[in-house]
Design a protein around this ligand. Structure first.
Ligand code: HEC
Ligand code: HEC
Length: 442
């Protein structure tokens, strides 16, 4: 009996050690040691992101546990233009979705400097204003749409972290009722859940009989929220919960860096590995971009330009409250011009970087951090983060860091997060005539 147990343990160990090939290459050893040293657990496994169906390991709101039925509903709704029943003009109705501004093929970013939902026509960089709309009618925001890859690690959402009744927003309660949207934080939910209850209004989306019965979503709501009272089951809260459950499964776990962490040491090129060493060393990026998601729920000022400076942006100006960053929300001087530290996966897929889309290449981003000269003349030096200082990287080092960012951190298979169809049968993610033509879909 004991022998059998010992044998199976031995077998188990062999299988286990085979799945992680041996560290022999000096570059791999160096990177592994560096990551272990920087890890709060002492092991580089700390940086491994969970599998998308390993719900127990994905950060979530205890009020909204992730379930397969919620994820299935959220995946459809996120791409469903039949939600867009609140469009301001008839020509905009049922033409846009969440995925219009968060396009999977663009790393869940807009693929243009500023996302346009209601009032826009066309795809990505070729999306323009619909003639039936005036500039103040189009649905746009004064910041680039954040990527949603690894958004499960965001506790307080948006660039300023204004959503969410917990975590970073503890202590900011007295300002929540000063704004039209942040009163929702009083529900005590996480950032994503809170934001998406409000987001349906902002983006003119409605759950009505057309969606539930004509398009056939009622049964999916019933499956996802069986314990909810019927009068609540088809409202904004369950809709937000389903969307949030789905978004939490959007994880960049197939990026070469992730494969490398899991033991496939050939997944990254030497150039990318050198770049990772710089990221976690001389370049100091890890001081703000933390954990497996390479983000953090911290706010820092790195002095970049705002959306009004972006050519082709709508509905924003030098006076926009969003330009003040976290300080525009909290009203505190110490938060002025600070923005949330975003995740860095799949950045290559949408070349519009920073909240004001002021950089168009990752080379430009790295040079910006390397030179550390704030590009926004309105921001006094006293507000800038002390971590934003010249890095003295040479051209080869910049090249290595860019290789890590552009390909080492790029999950090549985000299409797994897009449904094959939505119940309306509409085109994904946009359903206006210009997009239909461009995407060859109808
Ligand atoms: C008009 C374009 C647009 C549409 C449509 C849109 N978003 Fe966004 N999204 C943005 C922008 C811009 C931001 C950043 C907002 C800010 O900082 O104020 C954002 C931020 C987010 C965030 C926060 C991410 C983070 O890291 O804090 C989530 C979550 C999100 N959107 C989900 C959704 C969902 C779900 C929908 C559909 C209900 C949706 N979005 C529709 C533009 C859009
Ligand atoms: C002081 C903290 C800090 C450090 C250090 C830092 N970052 Fe960032 N990073 C941020 C913040 C905050 C933003 C968002 C800034 C904004 O748009 O206002 C950002 C944005 C970015 C973006 C654009 C993301 C997007 O969604 O547009 C990239 C790429 C990036 N950082 C890479 C790096 C690299 C590479 C390094 C190291 C050379 C680095 N960062 C060092 C805080 C930091």
């Amino acid at each position: 009996m004991n022998k059998i147990i010992l044998l199976s343990i031995a077998l188990g160990l062999t299988v286990f050690s085979c799945s992680k090939s041996k560290l022999t290459d000096p570059l791999d050893i160096k990177l592994s040691e560096k990551l272990s040293r920087l890890s709060p657990t002492g092991s580089s496994d700390y940086f491994v992101l969970p599998e998308s169906d390993d719900y127990a390991s994905i950060p979530q709101d205890p009020a909204n546990p992730i379930t397969p039925a919620k994820v299935a509903l959220g995946k459809m709704l996120f791409h469903e233009t039949a939600l867009a029943g609140g469009a301001l003009h008839e020509s905009g109705k049922y033409t846009y979705s969440c995925a219009t501004c968060h396009v999977a093929a663009n790393g869940f970013m807009p693929g243009r400097g500023q996302g346009i939902a209601d009032g826009g026509m066309g795809v990505g960089e070729n999306r323009f204003m619909n003639d039936h709309y005036t500039e103040d009618e189009v649905d746009v925001q004064a910041g680039r749409a954040l990527s949603l890859i690894n958004v499960a690690y965001v506790t307080n959402s948006t660039w300023t972290g204004k959503f969410g009744g917990k975590d970073a927003n503890v202590g900011t309660e007295d300002v929540w009722d000063n704004f039209e949207d942040t009163g929702i934080n009083h529900l005590g939910l996480s950032g994503i859940e809170s934001q998406l209850i409000e987001g349906q209004k902002l983006h003119r989306m409605v759950v009505d009989e057309y969606l539930l019965d004509d398009m056939g979503y009622r049964a999916m709501y019933d499956a996802a929220f069986p314990d909810m009272q019927e009068e609540e089951r088809y409202g904004a809260i369950p809709t937000a919960f389903a969307l949030a459950a789905y978004l939490r499964t959007l994880i960049g776990n197939k990026a070469p860096f992730q494969l490398w962490l899991k033991g496939d040491y050939s997944a990254m090129t030497d150039m990318q590995k050198q770049g990772a060493l710089l990221f976690y060393g001389k370049a100091g990026c890890f001081r703000c971009h933390k954990g497996g998601a390479l983000s953090s729920n911290e706010f820092h000022a790195v002095g970049v330009k705002d959306m009004y400076d972006y050519e082709g942006s709508f509905n924003t100006s030098v006076d926009d409250l969003r330009n003040f960053g976290r300080g525009g929300f909290t009203g505190k001087e110490e938060d002025l011009y600070k923005f949330k530290v975003p995740s860095l996966y799949n950045m290559k897929d949408s070349p519009f970087y920073f909240h004001g889309s002021s950089k168009h290449t990752l080379w430009g981003v790295v040079e910006y951090f390397n030179n550390a000269i704030p590009e926004n003349p309105r921001i006094d030096a006293k507000y800038i983060s002390p971590f934003f200082h010249p890095l003295n990287l040479d051209v080869i080092e910049i090249q290595q860091l860019v290789a890590f960012l552009s390909d080492g951190l790029r999950d090549p298979d985000l299409s797994r997060y897009v449904p094959e169809y939505v119940l309306s049968g509409n085109c994904i993610p946009n359903n206006d005539p210009v997009s239909q033509e461009a995407m060859g879909c109808n």
